[in-house]
Design a protein around this ligand. Structure first.
Ligand SMILES: [Zn+2]
Ligand SMILES: [Zn+2]
Length: 385
């Protein structure tokens, strides 16, 4: 097994890549310049590139020796529709697009790890997956549907996310759930409009909507075991234009979160029953559009143990424990197909420490060496001779 930790000069170079990517953010399924930047470098280092995979995604493959062992490591490439206010010199050059989740850092670290790996001796195959559209569009699902693990077979698949809530150098790799499953819903309540002074002549969709919003809170509190996690959040209510007019329609939107599939089923079934019965009871009709978007991100215990062992090898990283997050991650679609591990790499800044998706956020370059070394040590350990 050969180790190949990144040099200080290469960390500086990786930071320059990261700043370039940060200045030119691209939204979901538009990551063409980003993909070209990655593909050009991978090819330079003799890594086979398959681009245009899963839309704007690409996969770099590095094979050594004769072993059929293989692993895959994924980085997400997309930015967010946010107006950047970080004030950094390399801030977004495109108004309204921003790398506010650190995917610029994830790409730079995996790219640097690929170069290190191209100089390492091992026995097996590594696939470097650069995935489009992690934020809400499910680029991982698209890559999987395109045949990702048929075309690039992997015994295990790994990914990381920078985590500003944890100290630099901390690693969390849980044996089970890391991130929740999520759904989105839209409820359209249709009543009968009337003069605000004569409500008895109509059927008020706003009163029905208010009852529905309140009743939805009973799902988590009355229908789900207190030992299971579930969230129902109403985040929008729209209806009405005038002081004195009862409108015909009201629209309610929101999101749900869960880990256990049976909890996800209960959330959807109870929501459907409540929405229909309450609206009808109040003389209105309700339509529910409910979509399950991402499954829960669940690690394989053996893969998680391997990540923790690799992290514990060097003095720079510390394995810590943390509860799972109710946020969601589309790497879940890859973990549904292959055993693997999704980990958090601590990225806390001293002083002001803007969170992910904040317009003030900027990926913390202090973790670049940690991320690269974690990946190359994982390759060395998984595919060592
Ligand atoms: Zn994000
Ligand atoms: Zn992210």
């Amino acid at each position: 097994m050969t180790r190949h930790d990144i040099s200080p000069e290469r960390i500086e170079e990786t930071i320059r890549w990261r700043h370039h990517l940060h200045a030119y953010p691209e939204l979901a399924f538009e990551e063409r310049q980003t993909a070209a930047f990655i593909a050009g470098r991978l090819a330079e280092w003799g890594i086979t590139v398959k681009d245009g995979y899963g839309g704007t995604g690409l996969v770099g493959t590095l094979k050594r020796g004769t072993s059929s062992r293989s692993i895959a490591i994924r980085a997400d490439m997309d930015a967010l529709p946010i107006i950047e206010t970080s004030g950094v010199a390399y801030a977004s050059k495109t108004q309204g697009k921003m790398h506010a989740c650190g995917h610029d850092g994830h790409v730079a670290m995996l790219l640097a790890a690929a170069r290190q790996a191209s100089e390492m001796d091992f026995d097996g195959t590594v696939h470097f997956i650069f995935q489009p559209a992690e934020e809400a569009e499910g680029g991982a699902r698209v890559m999987v549907a395109d045949g990702l693990f048929r075309d690039f077979p992997a015994d295990a698949v790994y990914a990381l996310h920078n985590w500003p809530a944890l100290d630099v150098g901390s690693v969390v790799a849980r044996d089970d759930a890391m991130m929740a499953a999520f759904g989105v819903f839209e409820i359209t309540v249709t009543g009968r409009g009337a003069h605000g002074a004569m409500p008895h002549e109509g059927a008020d969709p706003l009163v029905a909507a208010a009852q529905i919003v309140t009743a939805l809170q009973t799902i988590a509190s009355r229908n789900i075991s207190p030992l299971d996690a579930a969230v129902v959040s109403v985040t929008q209510i729209h209806g009405g234009d005038a002081w004195n007019v009862i409108p015909e329609k009201a629209v309610i939107r929101g999101t749900t979160r869960w880990f256990d599939k049976s909890v996800g089923d209960t959330l959807e079934n109870r929501m459907r029953a409540l929405v229909t019965a309450l609206a009808e009871g109040l003389g209105c009709k309700a339509e529910l559009d409910y979509q399950r978007r991402y499954p829960a991100t669940i690690n394989d215990p053996a893969a998680a143990a391997l990540v923790r062992a690799v992290a514990a090898e060097g003095p720079a990283l510390t394995v810590v424990d943390a509860p799972p997050s109710m946020a969601a991650e589309d790497f879940a679609f890859m973990l549904d197909e292959r055993p693997g591990c999704y980990l958090w790499l601590g990225a806390r800044r001293e002083g002001a420490n803007p969170g992910l998706h904040s317009p003030h956020y900027d990926f913390n370059d202090a973790i670049i060496g940690h991320g690269v070394n974690l990946w190359t040590r994982l390759i060395a350990t998984s595919l060592g001779r």
